[in-house]
Every structure is written in C-alpha cells, then in structure tokens.
Design a protein around this ligand. Structure first.
Ligand code: NAD
Length: 493
C-alpha cells in the first residue's frame, strides 16, 4: 500500500483522524527507557498513533536469529511503513551482523537524514552561531557494501561501490527534503578530485539532478574542506549530501557542533519504509538507572510525526521540549547545567507540563511532506551506444622486485593478444620505473592493453593471458578495462 494511504490526512481535524500505526522497537540498554519516555510525551501531546511493539537486537540474537531482527518485526515494519527504534546493541562474539545494518538493508533505506541544529540550553563552543542544517547521507552503498577480500595474507582490499541510481536517489532526496523544509541550498560534498569515478559519480549526477531544481542553489565542495568549513563557518550550510562513509564521519562531526550524539536525531528513509532513531547507542553503563536522556529519540519522533503528516503535534512537542531545555530545570545528568541532574521520568514530566507553551527559539520553518520519488522495481541499467574492451588489470601476489616482475610479465605477454604497459604497487607506478620511492608489498597490479581491440567476446584472449601468468605467478583478481561511448571507465595510472 502506498505510504500516503496508510497515513492520517493532515487536513482532517485531529479528533476525527484514524490513528497511524507505528512499529516501536524499544531496543537494548537505555532503549526501553527512552522509548517509554518518548511515547509518554507523544501520547500526552495527543499524537494519533497506535504502537505495535516489536523485538530486535540483543534478545533476538540470544534467540538465535542471526540478523538480530525476527520475521515478525520485519513484517510489522513492512505493514506499517513507519518505525521508531531504540538503540540496538551489536553483540560481540555472537550474531553474524548488526541488526541495524540488517534492517537498513532489508528495507533498502537508502537515505540517512541527520538534522544538525543548535538546541537551547545545550552550550557548546558554537552556541549562538545559528547552526541549522541537515546532513543527507547515502546509506547502503560505498565501502559499506561490505565487499572485502584478503588478496594476500597481508593485503586487504575493499570495494567502493557507487551507482548512478544510488547517487540520483540520494541527491533527489536531498532536494525533496530541502523543498519540504523550505531550505534554499544543497551542498554536494565529495572527494571527486581523487576518486574521479566513484566520488565523481555523485558530483556529476548531483549537478545534473540539482539543475532540475532551479529554486535551489547548489554547490560542490571537496569533502575535506567541507569538514573544515563545518567547524570554521557551520552556519553557511543548509543541506549537505554525501556518499556513505563521508556522510557517516561528517554527520558525527556535525552532531558534535550542537551538543553531541546524545541529542542527535535521525531518519532512515526508503521507498517503502521510514525508520526513525536516535544516533546514540544503548549506553549499557547507565541502562536501567533512570539516567538516560530521551531528547534524541524524542527529536527523532518529531521527524516521524512530520513524515506521517502530523505537523501540529510535532510543533507542539518541539516547543515544549525547547522550553524545557531553555529553562534548564529537570535536565538529565548528561546535559544538566549543575548538580547530578534529574531522572528520565522527571525530565519527561517537565516536558509534558510544558506542552502548550511556546519557545521563541524554535526556528520558524514551514514543513511539508517530503515528496519522495518511487523507484521502479526493475533491474536498472544504462544503455550506451558503444562499448569496447581496452585491456585488463591483473592483480598478482609475489615478493619479487618490480624490474623482475616487469621483465617476466612482458615476456609472458609476447605472442598473446596483450602487451604489458605498467605495473603498480598500492596505486603508484613501479614499472617502468619512475624514480619514485614506493614501499613494496607482495601485491601488484599489472596493466595489459590489447594490441588491437578485440572483435566480440574477449574471454579466450583473457584466459590465454591468465594461463601464461599462472605458470609463474599467483593471481587473485582480474578487472576488465572498458570504454563506454569512447570514455575510459577505469582510472589511469
Ligand atoms: P553509546 O552512544 O551507547 O554511549 C556513548 C556515551 O554516551 C556513553 O557515555 C553513554 O552513557 C552516553 N550516552 C549515550 N546516549 C545517552 C543518553 N540518551 N543519555 C545519556 N547518556 C547517553 O555508544 P557506545 O558505548 O559506543 O555503544 C554502546 C552499544 O550501542 C554498542 O553495542 C553499539 O554497537 C550500540 N550502538 C547502537 C546504535 C544504534 O542502534 N543506532 C548506535 C551506536 C551504538
């Protein structure tokens, strides 16, 4: 069922609305405490929600569920389309994966959204700067696809996988989010100057997609400068979009600007499902002691209310929370201005007591639902007019020196369809010698180019080359060098 059909119509008066059903996953450690606190506040504020509680995390692992998320939980999320989740412990020693990653991947929640906004009463070196931006992080591709190999006993390789539709979706989401929150600028931050194909893909696709949104300003920023700018002049940002790992690191940096992970909310969005959660973990040291601060999950639940179209309740709770933080009475220990701080329960009571009060510090922002594009359920591919194979890179394991390897691979290629053009070690050319001083390890990449472009399938020629190489060297990896529409689809040494 499309998401909009499951949600209450925001135009309908609250009293007459049907309730939106939400999967609530309390999670581990302090999770149940902050979930209870959040539900208490939302219920007191009159949110028309029906909670369906579901299990995930440590208890699921203990029951032998390798993903950490039982079938009933997945079914509940699938049915409801919206989940509020407490932190899930990643057990060390048992369970095969992280339940968080399993949920993200199962539902292809490709967009991670992390608002970064100064909160009243939370003093940081950046207080008063008016920080108010959103980090949009691609959530499923990149180095986090988890495609890793030991190429030799001492050399590990991880593949950075970036796709064109992956970039299109995440930039499209950044633009949709900007429109929904009345934001004006999208910064695409990449490392395209070094990783021209992978990070360059986000830059190129970003420029194309954002050209379709003339009301939005857009810019590109090299991601390391973006980290620097976030610290030097964070108020310049509005929406920042990044690939998975860059987004992971910079969203934590950004959270640090406004009070840290303990007060940072987030949303994971996909076509079918949206899951809202605090950024912090299960804080096992303080679990069960009534010390946990529920602010981050409460802020995440406001993102959830806006997602389902209940803007009025979100606004009411946001004001009550801001008044509470601003007045500074009954704050939990992690953010208390003095003394040991109040209990989770006392903080919640204070927020509930403040419902109906208004804070001048809540930014005036008109929210609208995020208009997410639905992606067709087909295998995506890009058509090209021409493609040709230029050669192959063969990765070999040897402890010989580059001159010896170059001499013998060049001799092996004689009489084959290929000629050896270069050998690299850890990305630097070591044959023919360049005069550089590369440290050498037992993994080399040998680049062979076709003497004449092959007609049709090149498998026989490649197999012949591998057989020649295999007589003397252990090879562990082969990559074909392709040109699409005349453009080299590989990095040039
Ligand atoms: P953590 O966020 O649980 O704790 C870091 C520090 O912040 C601790 O001092 C903790 O007491 C404090 N803290 C965190 N949240 C708080 C809150 N709401 N109120 C008051 N203090 C708070 O990080 P960690 O110790 O690295 O991780 C603990 C567990 O949580 C691990 O198993 C980890 O895998 C898991 N984890 C889960 C998620 C998630 O589910 N999204 C995220 C991060 C970590």
């Amino acid at each position: 069922m499309p998401l909009k059909d499951r949600m209450p119509d925001p135009a309908t008066p609250p009293g007459s609305r049907t309730k939106a059903r939400v999967t609530a996953i309390p999670g581990d450690g302090i999770g149940p405490e902050v979930m209870r606190a959040t539900r208490q506040v939302l219920d007191a504020a009159g949110a028309r929600l029906e909670w369906e509680e579901a299990l995930a995390g440590a208890e699921a692992f203990r029951r032998g569920i390798a993903s950490g998320a039982p079938r009933e939980t997945l079914d509940s999320i699938e049915r409801n389309g919206v989940a509020l989740k407490g932190p899930l412990e990643t057990p060390v020693g048992y369970g095969e994966t992280s339940a968080n990653v399993a949920l993200r991947k199962t539902f292809e929640m490709y967009g991670n959204i992390r608002p970064v906004r100064e909160l009243p009463g939370i003093r940081t070196p950046f207080s008063g700067r008016g920080i108010d931006f959103v980090v949009v992080r691609e959530n499923v591709e990149d180095l986090y696809a988890g495609i890793e190999y030991m190429q030799t006993p001492g050399v590990a390789l991880g593949l950075k996988l970036i796709t064109e539709p992956g970039c299109e979706r995440i930039v499209g989401l950044a633009a949709a989010l900007a429109a929904a929150e009345g934001r004006r600028k999208v910064t695409v931050a990449t490392k395209a100057n070094i990783m021209k194909l992978t990070e360059g893909m986000l830059k190129r696709v970003g420029e194309r997609v954002l050209m379709e949104h003339p009301a939005l300003q857009h810019e590109h920023m090299i991601v390391d400068n973006c980290a620097h700018q976030m610290v030097i002049r964070p108020e310049q940002f509005d929406v920042v979009v990044m690939t998975n790992m860059n987004g992971d690191i910079l969203s934590d940096l950004a959270a640090g600007l406004v009070g840290g992970l303990g007060v940072a909310p987030s949303a994971n969005l996909g076509d079918r499902v949206a899951m809202f959660e605090a950024v912090h973990g299960s804080a096992p040291q303080i679990a069960g002691k009534g010390l946990a601060n529920p602010t981050a999950l409460l802020l995440s639940s406001l993102m959830m209310l806006r997602h389902i179209g209940d803007f009025a309740t979100a606004r009411r709770v946001e004001h009550a929370l801001y008044v509470t933080l601003e007045e500074g009475r009954e704050l939990t220990g992690d953010i208390a201005r003095e003394g040991p701080g109040a209990s989770t329960g006392a903080f919640v009571d204070r927020v509930i007591a403040n419902l109906g009060r208004e804070s001048a510090l809540v930014p005036a922002r008109e929210y609208r639902p995020i208009a997410l594009r639905q992606w067709p359920q087909v295998t995506w591919s890009r058509a090209v007019a021409s493609r040709e194979m230029a050669g192959v890179d063969v990765f070999i394991e040897t402890d010989q020196d580059p001159e010896t390897i170059g001499g013998s691979l060049a001799a092996m290629a004689e009489g084959s369809a290929f000629t050896l053009t270069a050998i690299g070690s850890r990305g630097a050319q070591v044959w023919p010698a360049t005069g550089g001083h590369s440290f050498l390890v037992d993994q080399f990449r040998a680049r062979f180019l076709f003497r004449t472009p092959p007609e049709g399938d090149a498998t026989t020629a490649i197999t012949d080359l591998l057989q020649r190489i295999g007589r003397e060297y252990r090879w562990m990896h082969l990559e074909t060098l392709q040109r699409f529409d005349g453009v080299a689809g590989y990095s040039v040494a």
